[in-house]
Design a protein around this ligand. Structure first.
Ligand SMILES: [Zn+2]
Length: 151
């Protein structure tokens, strides 16, 4: 049997996207930053080839993010290739928080991938975790850890 299940967990991120995400995260410190990802899904995995920064409209951007409605609408109008959501955790590891999971149903139906980034040292590097958004038989959504590869 081919390792197809394993393969489909992979997220391919273009080098310029990684760089843009790092810069967006770093320039937004100490606040949380967010953005959306464009790309496509196929049998080999999920391919991210564009990052669109979105302003964080949360009243408390130190600890929350909320996609600015104007930016979000513009991103949606850029086509049907929206595939994922990114946001940062400036003060904690890039793991889904209970708030993230609570908000997940707002986006999960239209997206397949969820990225969370955190600063990694003081040199502008980031730690980036990737998750596949899955819908369970009960209709609820979960985040499954995925491998991020750089293409
Ligand atoms: Zn979060």
């Amino acid at each position: 049997m081919p390792a197809s299940h394993e393969t489909r967990q992979e997220i391919w991120l273009c080098a310029s996207c990684k760089k843009q995400i790092s810069e967006h995260l770093t320039s937004g410190l100490p606040y949380e930053t967010c953005g959306v990802l464009q790309g496509r899904a196929d049998m080999d995995g999920l391919w991210i080839d564009n990052f669109i920064p979105i302003r964080n409209a949360a009243p408390d951007p130190l600890h929350h993010f909320s996609l600015h409605p104007e930016d979000w609408t513009k991103a949606c109008l850029r086509g049907d290739s929206l595939i994922g959501l990114f946001h940062s955790h400036p003060h904690s590891p890039p793991l889904p928080s209970s708030e993230d999971l609570r908000q997940l149903p707002l986006f999960a139906g239209m997206l397949g991938v969820y990225l969370i980034g955190s600063p990694d040292g003081d040199d502008g590097e980031i730690e980036l975790n990737g998750y596949r958004i899955r819908q369970g038989s009960d209709g609820g959504y979960t985040l499954q850890p995925a491998v991020i590869r750089h293409g």
